[in-house]
Design a protein around this ligand. Structure first.
Ligand code: PMT
Length: 224
């Protein structure tokens, strides 16, 4: 398979030194990229700013903001047959970014936010038989929230992640997730390493891809 993975947070700058972001370390997304590589797939990893070494044998595209990530993922979508959106994309960004460091008194006026595009929703019309896998980071109503996102974003699978559980979610080496597909009962997985979670997600994707008719290659597709 040709697997496009996103990882890490996005940063939404207010000025050259300040930004809005979140706690994503990139560990889950990098584990997915490494697992996909080790299972013999071609992998492109679109990564927000993280402190992890680039995985060998994987093309890494570094991005900063949600708009950068949308551009990078859109450009590579024609190439891939599986998109795994693990990145914690900021839903909002400052309405403008100052070219110079803001003075304290100017901060409040600068904190007007505008919504970022939803990358999965933007790309849904171009899905064309590709597998789209999302994550849902939740603090409550895990399955209801994940099922809502699965349906709204037109996904094949959503990985529901209760980020309040010890050993799960942001920054940890381990995770606890439930795989939620439209046509099957939710499949809860026990606490395991992020690498083991990644292998379970890829095994699901490989089985799903094998059950689908072969895709006609996109005319815009190209080898990266
Ligand atoms: O990076 P780690 O420290 O290892 O932490 C892993 C993780 C907690 C970040 C990861 O397991 C996880 O849950 N990732 C999804 C985080 C998230 O942003 O979830 P969400 O419920 O806000 O978004 C739902 C889905 O829509 C996600 O696939 C997200 O990538 C996508 N999305 C979100 C916002 C947006 N503007 N565009 C999107 O495409």
């Amino acid at each position: 398979m040709k697997v496009l993975v996103t990882a890490g947070p996005t940063r939404e700058h207010l000025d050259p030194v300040r930004f809005l972001s979140n706690r994503s370390s990139g560990r889950m997304g990098y584990a997915l990229a490494e697992a996909a590589r080790d299972r013999g797939h071609d992998v492109v990893l679109v990564s927000g700013p993280v402190a992890l070494p680039p995985p060998e044998g994987v093309e890494v595209v570094d991005v900063v903001s949600a708009l950068d990530m949308l551009a990078a993922v859109s450009a590579r979508l024609p190439w891939c047959d599986t998109l795994i959106m693990c990145a914690a994309v900021a839903d909002w960004r400052p309405a403008s970014c100052s070219a110079v460091k803001l003075k304290k008194r100017a901060m409040e006026a600068q904190l007007t936010l505008v919504p970022n595009p939803d990358i999965l929703a933007e790309l849904a019309p171009k899905k064309a038989g590709r597998l789209f896998i999302g994550f849902a980071a939740e603090t409550h109503d895990l399955l209801a929230e994940a099922q809502g996102k699965l349906a709204r974003k037109g996904l094949d699978l959503i990985v529901a992640n209760d980020v309040t559980q010890p050993g799960a979610g942001f920054e940890t080496a381990t995770n606890i997730v439930t795989l939620v597909a439209p046509d099957a009962p939710p499949q809860p997985l026990p606490l395991m390493s992020k690498r083991a979670v990644a292998d379970r997600i890829l095994a699901w994707a490989e089985a799903k891809a094998a059950s689908l008719p072969p895709r006609t290659p996109d005319p815009a597709s190209r080898d990266l």
